[in-house]
Design a protein around this ligand. Structure first.
Ligand SMILES: [Zn+2]
Length: 192
């Protein structure tokens, strides 16, 4: 894993595309996490977090991007592909990425609550499995952190206003309880 500034212009372009996906999640009131999968300089799969919207545990950005890339290449294998994701993959997504045999994962912000690309666990590079993924972290970390901070700040504001008006409201992001809303989302970017 490297965290130096050796990212290319291409890398930034794809992380920007992943951030654009994350913005789509914000529009739905979802925690903003986005991902794209690239093969030979072409984006073949995009995804963003839609967990509340779709009422499924499986609607993480990476899983959706994998599904779409699989459809595009007509194969469950994603050999030769790279995934760009704004937040470090969780255990489910890291597992799916290993299963997909993807070559490389480029991560924006680290997740200190569920990161399985080296923070809590390193499922992506566990030698016990038959496939290890090249992992690079810290690409556009500030932007990837900022979008989460902005979301949680707005959420806190909305929760405060809701409390003031004392009107019961289920809310789209209502299952993210107050105590789970972190002051430092980069360090606590939990969407569990
Ligand atoms: Zn995940």
């Amino acid at each position: 894993m490297t965290t130096d500034g050796t990212f290319t212009r291409e890398d930034r372009k794809y992380m920007k595309a992943a951030l654009k996906q994350a913005e789509k999640a914000i529009a739905l009131g979802e925690v903003p996490i986005g991902a794209v999968i690239v093969e030979n300089g072409r984006i073949i799969g995009r995804g963003y977090n839609r967990r509340n919207t779709d009422h499924t545990t499986l609607a993480h950005a990476e899983i959706t991007a994998i599904r779409k890339a699989n459809r595009k290449v007509g194969d469950w294998r994603l050999e030769g592909c790279t995934l760009y994701v704004t937040l470090e993959p969780c255990q489910m997504c890291a597992g799916a990425l290993v299963q997909s045999r993807i070559d490389k994962v480029v991560i924006g912000a680290s997740s200190f609550k569920s990161g399985c690309g080296g923070t809590l666990l390193n499922i992506l590079q566990n030698e016990a499995f038959n496939h290890q993924v090249e992992v690079v972290s810290g690409l556009m970390q500030e932007e990837c952190t900022e979008i989460l901070q902005r979301f949680f700040k707005d959420l806190r504001k909305r929760n405060k206003m809701r409390k003031k008006s004392a009107v019961p409201d289920a809310g789209t992001a209502g299952d993210i309880s107050q105590e789970q809303v972190p002051d430092q989302p980069a360090e606590n970017a939990s969407f569990d």
